[in-house]
Structures are given as C-alpha cells and as structure tokens.
Design a protein around this ligand. Structure first.
Ligand code: GLN
Length: 532
C-alpha cells in the first residue's frame, strides 16, 4: 500500500519548496523505501515547454520527452530516480482531459463540474503514478501558494484523498516562510498562521510545518506556531539557508524530519546516508578551485540554467574541486570581446537556447576557446554555435549559420529535419527525450564515456546538416557520436585541443551529485589541468 505525502506552500513562492520536497525524497529513499515524486503546477499551460526561462526558469526534460517544471530536476538529482511525464501535472492537462471526455460523451449526460469531475481527473493522475511499480511513498508537491485561485481544485483533490485513504496513509506538509522584519529585527509567525488558516478553510490541517527562515526559530516561536497552527511542537521543522543545497538532507535529518515523517506514516526503516554524506564531505572540503565561465543570455536569472550549474558543480564534486561559475552575458562579449571577458577562467560552457540574441557573442567565445586551447563544453545550441564557428573560421564559409538564424545562408550548417518542416505548433513538437547514441572508437568522446553507447535527452529542432558533414570532417571537425543509423550528429569534438566537445543533447539533465555526468566530470578535470 502506497503512502501519500502532499507538500503545499504558504506565504510566498520561491522559498525552496521544490528543494525541500526533493530532500524529503532523499531522506525516505535512504531508509530503503521506493520513492516516487510528482509536481502539480496549477498554471493553464499544458506543459512548461512553451514558457520563457524569464518567467519560469529552466525547462527540464525527462527520458520520455516531457518538458517539465524545473523542480523535477531537483527530484532527480536528490532522489536519483528517472521521472516520467506522470510526474508533472498541470491545470492545462487535467482540463484538457476532462473536456475531451465530455466531447466523447463519456460523462453520460451529467453536468460536468470542478467537483467531482475535475478533482477525479486530478486524483486519477496521482493514483496512476503511485501504481507504477512498487511505490512505498509518493510525494506530491503542489506548486504556487495556498490561496492562489488556480490551486483550489488541486487542494480540494488532496483533501478528498485523505478521506479516501485515511490519516495513517497520508501526510500534509506545509512549507512556509518566517520573514525577518522591522527595525527591531524580529522573525514573524503571523503570515504562517494566516496561510495555515487559509488551508484549514479548504479543510486541510497540516501535520508538519517546514519553516524557511533566515534566523533560528526560538523555543517561544516554535511553541507559538504549534499552538496557533495546531501542529505538534516537534513537527515544526526549521529550514535555514545553507551554503550548499546538498547539505540540506542531513540538516533536516538532524532535526528529526525524516524520522517524524516515517513514523507518522508507519514506514520506519533505519536511515543510511553513507552515499549522501560522501557528497557533502566533498562539497565542504574541496582540494582544488577552478573558475568556469558560462556564456549565455539569461545571466541574471539563477534558475534559467539550473541543471547546467548543478551539473558543473557535480563535475567539481567528482574532482574534489570547488567550481566558481562566472556568468558572462553573450551580448557583452559582442561589445567587449571574448578575450577580455573570459580572462582568468579555466574553461567555458555554452548552454542551449533559442533565437539569435547573443549567438554571435557565443560564437566569439567559442573561437577564443578553440584558439587559446581553453576547455570548452557546448550544450545543444552551444554545440551548434561551435559548428558555425568552425564552418566560418576554419572552412572559410563566412556566411555559415543555422537556418534558425539565417534562413537564406548558402551554408546552413544546421538545418531542420524534413519532419520538422512545416511544423507550426510550438508545444511538444521538438525532438524530445532520450535517444540512443553510438560513440566512435578512438575519439575523446569514447574515452569520456568509457563506452560505445550512450542514451541522452534531447530538446531541439535543428540538426547538423549532413550536406556539409564531409567537408567539416575533412577539415578536422570530428563526429564523435551519432544516432544508431548514423544520420544525426550527437557529439562533436576537436582532436588537437585539450578539451573541446559539443553535444546536440543535454547531458546536464542526467547528472547527479552522487554521479556526475562524464562530460561535466571530464570538463572540470580539463579545466583543472588548464589551471595548472
Ligand atoms: N535552438 C536550437 C534548436 O532548436 C537549440 C535548442 C537548444 O539549445 N535546446 O535546435
């Protein structure tokens, strides 16, 4: 019988509810339990695929090709599981399904309503995920904050689930903020009291409060929270800011969070954090330091490249190295030049992206890395920019470009596949999810992977144009990885360079703190070599 944990948010968004949920997943997994994770996003988009990183941070991609909320990335990294499309539910999906059923006549003449039809649809998605495999515990996080108009049907659905399953099989955790305010510098519990009241109005009484706070909670505050919010004093858990998010699971464990949850659900098991402790040990005691530049276009936004920054850190963990990630705006490189802005860094990463803003700056950065022997890792668009740079500056095709940016160029070294021509819908129409790859013998890629095969996640429309491949290869661009039929280029590299690799796929989505993706591990190692 699966146990269900529901995580709601109070007071404000962006207090780290996703990371907290992911940490809880780890605490339970380390008790030998089979854990499944799910995020409910109350927005009307069917998925995150059409959302701008400006609005919603990175779009995470699962093996089965779902374009999801970035919290799924935290779940995969902390719990070390591969999620599927069942793990991200949106309002767009549930309404879409209900309306399709109504048109098909499946409701047999009934008036279709939010309760019970929409809430049934929501519950069926939670149960469906729980029924995949032998799930001991399913943790479902409800996005947004209590009181949001879009969130109401989801809260109603989880309220019903407690009734259906019983209190012994369900647990409500409310993640809230204790702000530190005023000239007197006091931590305030009032906003939390209000958000718990809001939850109770809907019929949900939280079992555990997780209080994000900059200051430690005093005994009095815990007692006050316990009294006003009607939770046991030991069920007031404190979530302070930490230097590394990877310390959090152990900090929560020390406060008894894991044991409390396990006990309440009757799923006791002795925690074994050996693997996780190794990660924390390495994060806190680095032997080396390197500086790496990430050349992109959403540089002020912490969340826009979150899987990439985490994967670089994983590469650091694997090498006992602290990596200082410097964010360089590609458009600044266009104005000030690559050499100046990349001075002092030991490697550069060029991430993925869409549209031509900043592309020329990325190309300039890559030219600098190629010529100066600076370790380079290109991801998706970053790899495509490396192909353009090579075509222009080594093959001498000055107008070389991707058809995405210059549809009229004589040298479209990146182009759409025939099946992408004429596709006008923007949602879920790219090449998405995991595809197998063959890795060529004798290449650096083969050394990095230590294998002739790989499977990596994709999210893009454009591909290296096979028309130009023979000439690019003649001039020295090595195709290190291809699709099994050889028709699609997956991985490129330059042989006479300390580390110059570009992937059409997104390796960052498969990297874990416990198991860095080999491309990031070897990239950081090369940066260390460059630092000398
Ligand atoms: N814009 C490029 C394409 O669609 C790259 C996409 C990406 O970097 N994810 O192919």
């Amino acid at each position: 019988m699966t146990k269900f944990i529901f995580v709601t948010g109070g007071v404000v968004s962006s207090v780290g509810k996703g990371i907290t949920t992911a940490c809880l997943g780890r605490l339970l997994k380390d008790r030998g339990l089979e854990v499944a994770m799910q995020k409910i996003d109350p927005y009307l988009n069917v998925d995150a695929g059409t959302m701008s990183p400006f609005q919603h941070g990175e779009v995470f991609v699962t093996d089965d090709g779902a374009e999801t909320d970035l919290d799924l990335g935290h779940y995969e990294r902390f719990v070390d599981i591969n999620l599927t499309q069942l793990s991200n539910v949106t309002t767009g999906q549930v309404y879409g399904a209900v309306i399709r059923k109504e048109r098909a006549g499946e409701y047999l003449g009934q008036t279709v309503q939010v309760i019970p039809h929409l809430t049934d649809e929501i519950k069926s998605r939670v149960y469906e995920l729980a029924e995949q495999g032998e799930t001991d515990v399913l943790i479902t996080e409800i996005g947004g904050t209590v009181g949001d108009i879009e969130g109401q049907p989801f809260l109603e659905a989880i309220r019903q689930m407690r009734r259906e399953l019983g209190a012994e099989n369900t647990l409500f955790i409310h993640v809230t903020l204790i702000p530190y305010v005023g000239p007197s510098g006091e931590s305030k519990t009032k906003p939390t009291q209000h958000s718990v009241r809001e939850l109770r109005n809907i019929g949900i009484q939280p079992d555990i409060l997780l209080c994000r706070s900059r200051r430690q909670l005093s005994k009095e505050m815990r007692e006050k929270l316990s009294l006003f919010c009607d939770v046991a004093p030991e069920a007031v858990i404190e979530g302070l800011d930490t230097e590394s998010i990877y310390e959090l699971p152990l900090i929560f464990e020390d406060q008894g969070f894991g044991s409390l949850v396990a006990e309440r659900l009757g799923v006791n098991g002795k925690p074994d954090h050996t693997e996780w402790k190794k990660v924390v040990q390495r994060v806190k005691n680095p032997k080396h330091h390197v500086a790496v530049a990430m050349v992109g276009k959403y540089m002020a936004l912490q969340d826009a490249y979150i899987s990439i920054t985490e994967a670089i850190k994983h590469g650091g963990i694997a090498n006992g190295t602290q990596v200082d990630i410097q964010r360089v705006d590609a458009e600044d490189i266009e104005t000030h030049g690559a050499k100046k802005l990349l001075e002092g860094v030991h490697g550069i990463v060029v991430p993925g992206g869409y549209g031509d803003r900043g592309v020329e700056g990325k190309i300039m950065a890559i030219q600098h890395a190629r010529e100066a022997g600076l370790p380079f890792l290109g991801l998706c668009l970053g790899m495509q920019c490396a192909v353009i740079e090579f075509a222009r500056n080594v093959c001498g095709w000055k107008d070389a470009n991707s058809a995405e940016f210059d549809p009229d160029t004589e040298h479209p070294v990146l182009d759409l596949l025939p099946e992408q021509e004429g596709v006008t819908d923007r949602g879920a129409t790219q090449r998405l999810g995991a595809y197998p790859m063959r890795i060529m013998p004798g290449t650096n890629g083969r050394k990095v992977y230590g294998s002739a095969r790989g499977s990596e996640r994709h999210r893009h429309r454009y591909e290296v144009n096979n028309k130009f491949r023979p000439e690019l290869e003649d001039r020295g661009l090595v195709t290190a990885g291809v699709s099994p039929d050889g028709k699609l280029v997956e991985l490129i590299e330059l042989p006479d360079h300390p580390f110059f690799l570009g992937s059409q796929f997104h390796p960052e989505f498969k990297s874990r703190p416990t198991r860095a993706h080999p491309l990031f591990r070897e990239f950081v190692k090369a940066a260390l070599g460059h630092a000398g």
